[in-house]
Every structure is written in structure tokens, then in C-alpha cells.
Design a protein around this ligand. Structure first.
Ligand code: KG4
Ligand code: ZN
Length: 335
């Protein structure tokens, strides 16, 4: 079961080929549109869609060439059909559908969040179902029970901003380039994480998260103390964000008796957050794992793997008639 996948849900144009049963990544190519959108301080959907259209033909050819395979050896063509930016999803999935028609392969419509959710299963062969997932990205902040392929139980989610969005907004306040997660992590290395006391919203029994108050507190601190040390503020913010994520993950372990915990999504690349999660899991006798850093952020490997696992499990897929779904919850990944 060798899957060719395309991912264009946001600002990465990516393609990959994965041999799903053996978990082998045969080729992958990724181009980020971050530079083309940089002067605007964020992603501009129209510019991003045009860039996907421009880059995809070369990325598809390069990926196939790197693998040393030809189309006859590929079993199916997958693409992200949601959630994400509508025009960006349309470009990638239409390209993949056209490839599927031209080569006579099945088209596998794939949920982007399901890709993130199953990446730890690809990269950690010791991991078995069920596992507790902390999904932390630019668009999502969720705790999910991954019971099996296609069987996801949402335990908690953010009531306002996603944690990655919060890193990006705080980065903007600090004058850092978008997306600001890696820049904040870097700046925080020279700062004191206990220098500035910031709020921990929604510290309650629920498994939901809230981040907008934290972002506002950073803005207010900057207004009141314009000369504040930015490294201290970055470190204090990162420390608080890690505390918020760790606190709810601990509650989820206690409630579900999970013995395996994974983190996935762009923010899971943050080493401070990983270390705190690792510590809390060890204290609660659960294993902790997260994908290698370059598979935390958006990529097509995760789309190929999720599409392939669903196909192998005979889970329903509408194929070529599938429309893109800019909003597509993981719990409805079978639709
Ligand atoms: O999963 P992802 O690539 O795209 C979405 O599906 O959203 O996540 C992107 C998010 C951005 O908000 C980015 O700032 C954040 O992940 N991010 C980080 C780090 N690397 C990326 N946040 C904190 N620390 C990092 N090292
Ligand atoms: Zn993502």
C-alpha cells in the first residue's frame, strides 16, 4: 500500500510518498510560503493559493523522482480536503484528483487533523491504540482519545484561540516574524521564565483550554512596561503556555487512565513544552512520545499515512466527488 499525498491546507506546499504497512517514508518535498506572505505579518489566503498552484507541478515531479518509483507502483493518490483555507485546499485536492484520474488510481480525501493525530503512530512503532493525543497547532488545541484509526473521541478543546495562534499573536506583539513559535522558543532561551507572572486561564476541572486572556495579559504588560526585557517576557509566556497544556494533560491522564500520551502539531516541536509533558507523564506512569521535529508541523507524510491506514481499514471515502471542508472536526473524519 504505497500512497502519494499532497498537502496544501495552509501555507506549506507538500508532497510525499509513504509505504504505509512498513511505515517507510519513500520521499517527501516541502516548500513553505511563509516568505511570500511575510510582508503582511500572516498568511494571505489568495497569495498562498496562487503559490500552491505555482509550486505543485515541480513538487509532485521532484517527489516521484526522489522515490525512484513510477506511477504504476503507487496504489492511491491522497490529498487534504479539510480543514484549512478553502482556496488552498481546492488547489491541492484538484491537483490530486486530476492525477488520480490520469493514472487510474483511487483518490483518498483526507482530514488534516487526522494526519496530525496518526503521525505519532507512524514514527513510534511501540505505540498502540488507544492513546491520548494532545493536538497543538496554529488552528487547534485539543485533547483526544485516539481509540483506533477513524475512531476519535474529543475530550476537550480551546474555547477561544489555539495555542499556536497565541504564540503567533504574542510574537507579533514582540515584533517577531510569522509564524512566531520557533522565534519565541529561541528568544526564551536567554530569558527568565519566572520574571513576569502571567495568568493561567480556565484552571478548572474541564479539559478545555483558553488562551486569549494570556495573549491580552502579554499585551497589557507591554503597554504598562514598554522597556520590559523581551527575552524574559518570551520565556515567561512560554512557561505559562506549557503550564496550561501540562495541567490539562495531567487531568486527562487522571480521567482516562491513559498509559500512552502523544503530542502532535506544530507546537509539539517546542522543546520546553515537550520536556514538561514528558515529566508529567512520567509522574503518572504513562509513556510520552512526539514525532521528530520536522514531522510536527504541516507535511504530506502524515496525509499519506492517515489516508493509507483508513484505506487498509476499509473506512468509507467519497473519493472524486468529495468537496473541500474548510471546517471539518476530527470526530467527523469518516464523512
Ligand atoms: O501544525 P502546524 O504546522 O499548522 C497548523 O495546522 O496550524 O502548526 C503551526 C503552528 C504555528 O502557530 C507556529 O507558530 C507553531 O505551530 N509552532 C511553534 C513552534 N514551531 C511551530 N510553537 C511553539 N514553539 C515552536 N517551536
Ligand atoms: Zn497542521
Amino acid at each position: 500500500m504505497i500512497i502519494f499525498a499532497i498537502e496544501t491546507s495552509c501555507d506549506e506546499t507538500a508532497a510525499a510518498i509513504v509505504d504505509v504497512p512498513t511505515r517507510q517514508i519513500l520521499a517527501q518535498t516541502l516548500t513553505s510560503e511563509i516568505l511570500s506572505n511575510a510582508p503582511y505579518g500572516g498568511v494571505v489566503p489568495e497569495l498562498t493559493a496562487r503559490a500552491h498552484q505555482q509550486h505543485l507541478p515541480a513538487i509532485v515531479n521532484q517527489t516521484l523522482a526522489k522515490s525512484g518509483l513510477g506511477w504504476p507502483q503507487i496504489n492511491a493518490i491522497a490529498a487534504t480536503t479539510g480543514p484549512g483555507l478553502t482556496t488552498a485546499l481546492v488547489i491541492g485536492s484538484t491537483f490530486a484528483k486530476t492525477l488520480a484520474v490520469a493514472t487510474g488510481k483511487p483518490f483518498l480525501a483526507t482530514n488534516h487533523i487526522e494526519g496530525h493525530a496518526l503521525t505519532p503512530h507512524l514514527t513510534n512503532p511501540a505505540l498502540t491504540f488507544p492513546y491520548l493525543l494532545l493536538l497543538v497547532s496554529g488552528g487547534h488545541c485539543q485533547l483526544v482519545n485516539v481509540n483506533n484509526v477513524g475512531d476519535y473521541q474529543l475530550l476537550g478543546t480551546t474555547v477561544d484561540d489555539a495555542v499556536g495562534e497565541c504564540f503567533d499573536k504574542v510574537g507579533k506583539l514582540l515584533g517577531l516574524p510569522h509564524p512566531a513559535g520557533p522565534a519565541i522558543e529561541n528568544l526564551a532561551k536567554t530569558g527568565n521564565p519566572h520574571a513576569i507572572k502571567l495568568p493561567h486561564p480556565l484552571k478548572d476541572q474541564s479539559l478545555n483550554f483558553s488562551f486569549s486572556g494570556l495573549k491580552t495579559a502579554v499585551r497589557e504588560h507591554l503597554l504598562k512596561h514598554p522597556d520590559t526585557n523581551h527575552a524574559d517576557l518570551a520565556a515567561s509566556f512560554q512557561h505559562t503556555a506549557a503550564e496550561i497544556l501540562t495541567y490539562k494533560t495531567k487531568r486527562a491522564i487522571q480521567q482516562t487512565q491513559a498509559t500512552q500520551v502523544v503530542a502532535a502539531g506544530g507546537v509539539a516541536a517546542n522543546l520546553t513544552i515537550r520536556a514538561k509533558l514528558q515529566q508529567i507523564c512520567a509522574e503518572h506512569h504513562a509513556t510520552f512520545s512526539a514525532p521528530p521535529l520536522k514531522l510536527c508541523g504541516d507535511n504530506a507524510v502524515m496525509i499519506a499515512y492517515a489516508a493509507g491506514l483508513r484505506h487498509l481499514a476499509n473506512l468509507p471515502n467519497t473519493g472524486l466527488p468529495t468537496a473541500v471542508r474548510p471546517r471539518w472536526p476530527l470526530s467527523e473524519s469518516h464523512i
